[in-house]
Design a protein around this ligand. Structure first.
Ligand code: NAD
Ligand code: DAU
Length: 358
């Protein structure tokens, strides 16, 4: 069975594609628009792999998506393509509505038309996996229980609102038309190939360059951290054994404050890339103006995926962060390439106005 992946040149998509080709003989068609977050270099190691076909294109291009579905007859679509950075959604929400809401809607339309054309057995087996986020549930208090798959949606940023809208559309295509969709909510992924606008790669890059480590607000916001290959394993389980119309939470069972994350990251940098001055990297921490509507805590209950599909994360934060920091240190050329030009403009937009604590 061929699978169609959208956004497979981004962070999680790349890891999913590389992982898939290691463990499966089934071919992948990888549709990606190559926005600033998509990077063909990520896929260099599989450039000659006949099981992987990269297609440079937009999920909103209905003719293109229809022809990919008709030509390749995939048994599943795994939908990663999105605008994904909360801070960018605050500075420019329109692109988020366009890609995440309209793009997902157009993909659903194309998938429905294709699915209806399939023979009965192929229709039963077809799946569309919608990769969503814990952020749609909004902010938790310190004593709240982690969100379950049934928790109420309460998105607070344009990014999370656009993902919530996409989730609702996906759900409606199951109930209204019977399209066999599954939505997954995952927590903060980290690992190789993440664009250095997100917390861990940004802090790693800044730390190695002796630049400040800008912590929003008081640094006590809590996120759950999921090593990206654990996420990929979970998605493969969902694809093989998840129930059509179902929703699954995926988390690392690893809640930490941002300060705890940066502290561990600094320990790793001190050991793996000690500063010439011999000073600890922690000295670079700087508290800066907070993100508007900065959700205090995210946490997901994972009983359902553990009990129904037998999936559990395998990495601890200590093992995952070490691998991650090592990967960035070993892939300086990749970092140099993605952190030129447009990236520097983004740093100006996002960080210049934050200078100095509130
Ligand atoms: P990313 O920003 O690294 O990559 C997104 C990819 O989508 C890029 O390769 C980009 O070129 C592509 N893309 C964007 N618009 C497109 C379009 N219109 N057509 C085709 N391709 C397009 O994102 P990521 O961190 O890998 O996230 C992947 C998915 O997982 C997203 O849906 C995101 O909302 C979700 N998610 C991410 C995290 C996380 O921690 N990174 C957590 C929860 C959920
Ligand atoms: O929770 C899942 C979500 O995780 C995904 O849906 C998003 O696509 C992904 O970007 C991520 O969102 P976050 O906003 O949690 O990730 P980010 O790396 O931007 O920030 C993580 C935390 O670190 C958050 O509390 C904000 C804080 N932060 C972030 C940056 C970039 C800082 O303190 N300083 C920074 O410079």
């Amino acid at each position: 069975m061929t699978i169609l992946v959208t956004g497979g040149a981004g962070f999680i998509g790349t890891n999913f594609v590389l992982d898939w080709l290691k463990v499966s003989d089934e071919p992948i068609v990888n549709l990606d628009k190559l926005t600033y977050a998509g990077n063909l270099q990520n896929l260099q190691s599989i450039a000659d792999n006949p099981k992987h076909e990269f297609v440079h294109g937009n999920i909103e291009d209905q003719a293109l998506v229809a022809s990919l579905l008709t030509d390749h007859r995939p048994g599943a679509i795994v939908h990663f393509a999105a605008e994904t950075h909360v801070d960018r959604s605050i500075h420019g929400p329109e692109e988020f509505v366009q890609t995440n809401v309209v793009g997902t809607f157009l993909l659903l339309e194309a998938a429905l038309e294709y699915w209806r054309s399939l023979a009965d057995t192929d229709r039963d087996e077809f799946r569309l996996i919608n990769v969503s986020t814990d952020e749609v549930f909004g902010s938790l208090g310190p004593d709240d229980s982690p969100c379950t798959e049934e928790s109420r949606y309460a998105p607070n940023s344009p990014y999370s609102a656009s993902k919530a809208a996409a989730d609702h559309l996906v759900r409606s295509y199951f109930h209204t038309y019977g399209l066999p969709v599954i939505t997954t909510h995952c927590t903060n992924n980290y690992g190789p190939y993440q664009f250095p606008e997100k917390l861990i790669p940004l802090m790693t890059l800044n730390g190695t360059q002796g630049k400040s480590l800008p912590i929003y607000g008081d640094g006590k916001n809590i996120r759950d951290w999921l090593y990206v290959t654990d996420h990929c394993t979970a998605l493969r389980s969902v694809l093989s054994n998840g129930k059509p119309g179902a929703v699954y939470n995926i988390a690392g069972n690893c809640e930490m404050t941002n300060l705890e994350v940066i502290d561990e990251l600094c320990t790793q940098l001190d050991e793996l890339a000690p500063d010439d001055s011999g000073e600890p990297h922690r000295r670079l921490i700087e508290f800066v103006k907070d993100r508007p509507a900065h959700d205090r805590r995210y946490a997901l209950a994972t009983d359902k995926i553990e009990q129904e599909l037998g999936w559990r994360p395998t990495e601890t934060f200590a093992s995952g962060i070490r691998k991650t920091v090592k990967w960035y240190l070993d892939n300086q050329a990749w970092l140099d390439d993605v952190s030129s030009g447009q990236y520097r403009q983004w740093l100006d937009i996002n960080y210049t106005q934050r200078a100095g604590a509130e």
